[in-house]
Design a protein around this ligand. Sequence first.
Ligand code: AMP
Length: 194
Amino acid sequence: MGSTMSLVLFGRQGSGKGTQCARLVEKFGLIHLSTGDILRENIRNKTELGLFVEPILSRGGLVDDATILALIEDRLEKSDIKESGFVLDGFPRTLAQSESLVKMLEPSSLDAVINLEVGIEEVTKRMELRGRSDDAAEAISQRLQLYETQTVPVIKWFDEKGLVATVDGVGSEDQVFSRIVSALSERGLEVAVS
Ligand code: AMP
């Protein structure tokens, strides 16, 4: 067993994926890699990339694969990632991104893909309550629709590789987190915590 983990966490927007990533970071010392966070930071800083992606994010669309892959490839090459391991959040979102990720990681590979399952009705309710600026009703439904058409096939693709652990995302933060930890240990993934 290696001393780090390479994980992907999937979940619809509003599934609590961000919170659970933070818990994984805290418990296992992983680096949280969220393409959404990186893009939003670029928007805040008005970088060239930020200006390019801002209209795409505000209408709830997907940024093109080449742009996203350049971001991720840069980040995965850094030594801190190799030492600490990572949990990917919001990436990959398309089959092309998934295939590229698997190639980027070679000769190593992902340890597990966690599918945090929360139904469409429940996440819609949660996002309306949260009221983030890009959570306007139309953007919510657009993003959920994209998740079904683009991300669900991606989860299936990883499932065919035997990598997916589906975890029920309904419950308290602690309950959901302990389900994730159990799913990881069932796969032989338990990193010693100091
Ligand atoms: P998130 O915070 O993961 O929901 O991402 C917010 C927005 O950033 C998404 O609605 C997309 O517009 C864009 N985005 C984030 N990650 C990706 C990705 N892997 N591929 C394409 N677009 C992305």
